[in-house]
Design a protein around this ligand. Structure first.
Ligand code: PA5
Ligand code: NI
Length: 184
């Protein structure tokens, strides 16, 4: 099975073929994700906040394979909180993942099982190892779309429910023009 991955974003060819899954998240699909409920209600609900193109060449849940993702988070804020992905733990909790930033400015926000939160700055070329047992989400802290790739085990799975229920213990807001991670 072959797929093309072009790191020249301006001329990026989309992944095509069997096993490719496209998904888009609009604001209306992100209820409860952002802190400022009033700002969320006032936001354009049809705007796309992020897109993911996943390449899943083996069946999801199968051990031993690897999946690939091309993710893009559009710039913007809800109140002073940056646009970001929902975030998740892996269902198979102790599985890790790589993120690799291609373009734009962002932050990879992580949280361990003791709810300690921290973040790593993302800019073109930064490689991020997300250890097992760590939830992860990405915020766009810049003014351009943020592009990053992800690579994760085919049996990792996504657990969104824990984050929907408990949230992250900290959030990334713009304070005095700069990102600041603020505890809940
Ligand atoms: O596998 C990953 O961690 C990524 O491909 C994410 O799924 C992607 O960035 C979208 O985030 P989320 O799955 O939290 O909506
Ligand atoms: Ni993941």
């Amino acid at each position: 099975m072959r797929a093309k991955v072009n790191i020249d974003i301006a001329n990026t060819e989309k992944l095509v073929g069997k096993g490719v899954k496209d998904s888009k998240k609009t604001m209306s699909q992100l209820i409860g994700v952002f802190k400022d409920e009033e700002a969320f209600k006032a936001a354009d609900q049809d705007q796309v906040v992020y897109e993911v193109q996943a390449y899943m060449p083996v069946e999801e849940g199968k051990k031993g394979g690897l999946f690939w993702g091309n993710s893009m988070v559009y710039p913007g804020k809800v109140g002073t909180e940056y646009h970001m992905t929902r975030g998740h733990f892996h269902s198979n909790l102790d599985t890790g993942e790589y993120y690799w930033c291609l373009k734009g400015e962002g932050a990879l926000i992580m949280m361990d099982l003791d709810r300690n939160c921290w973040y790593e700055e993302m800019k073109p070329g930064t490689l991020h190892y997300i250890p097992g047992n760590v939830s992860h989400r990405v915020a766009n802290t810049g003014y351009e779309p943020l592009f990053f790739n992800a690579c994760w085990p085919s049996d990792a799975g996504h657990d969104y429910a824990s984050i929907e229920k408990e949230g992250f213990a900290a959030r990334l807001f713009e304070v005095d023009g700069k990102p600041q991670l603020i505890k809940e």
